[in-house]
Design a protein around this ligand. Sequence first.
Ligand code: TYD
Length: 134
Amino acid sequence: MEIKKYQFQIHGDDRGQLIALEEMKDIPFEIKRVYYMYDTLKGVRRGFHAHKSLEQILICIHGTCKILLDNGSEKVEVLLDKPYEGLYISNDIWREMFDFSPDAVLMVLASEYYDEADYIRNYDEFLKYIGKKR
Ligand code: TYD
């Protein structure tokens, strides 16, 4: 499975670091929604879904966490530990988020508004859904 990580430009100077993200430039889609997770409790694993059409970029802007990506035939674990790095997740990918450090802030940029109808929350359904498309 191809893992697409974006390394964002850091506008650093003697005051510190700054990252700017613009849609269709640094981010390969129009950003309709931003959400973030923080204060995630120890041992929590979340996600457990795929999207039919949503594209996302995940950025762990503080702390660290891991992401499991599963395309139905291959699973890959990705560590997010840099505020200047974004993990692209296309549609049709099962994802789980885990191993959050206590200080982790995981920010997600999404190509669509929140729409429960775009979710596949059952793993067997996910396998059937992508099986039909292949
Ligand atoms: P949930 O889908 O359970 O999060 P995860 O997939 O990371 O485990 O979302 C938690 C709650 O937040 C749920 O009630 C739906 C709500 N929510 C929104 O209202 N808007 C959003 O953009 C997202 C991602 C979730």
